[in-house]
Design a protein around this ligand. Structure first.
Ligand SMILES: [Zn+2]
Length: 102
């Protein structure tokens, strides 16, 4: 469980926020930023590859965004989440139809 948007994080304003580690204290398997008031994990990373995966995901996201902007002049920020979901569904459908036609 972690927060991923403004509303979710804003719920913890004024709460007691702590950084904790899990596993061996010298070499923690996992570190987390938690809200002690709600006993909820706000952000956490695993020690083995967890951080790299996260960075890789962000890089891919950035690359896709750049391609869309450079090649098609599409700015992802100008779309709402529901619009983006619609677009991705449409693109998946187009790809499926194209595949079937070949
Ligand atoms: Zn809280």
């Amino acid at each position: 469980m972690s927060v991923s948007n403004f509303e979710e994080l804003a719920e913890h304003i004024g709460h007691k926020i702590v950084a904790v580690s899990y596993g061996n204290p010298k070499e923690p398997a996992n570190v987390a930023i938690e809200c002690e008031t709600c006993k909820e994990v706000l952000l956490d990373f695993d020690n083995e590859g967890g951080e790299q995966k996260e960075q890789g995901g962000k890089k891919m996201e950035g690359l896709a965004e750049q391609i869309l902007e450079d090649e098609f002049g599409i700015e992802l920020d100008s779309f709402s989440v529901s619009q983006l979901e619609k677009i991705s569904k449409l693109l998946a459908q187009v790809a499926k139809e194209k595949k079937g036609g070949e």
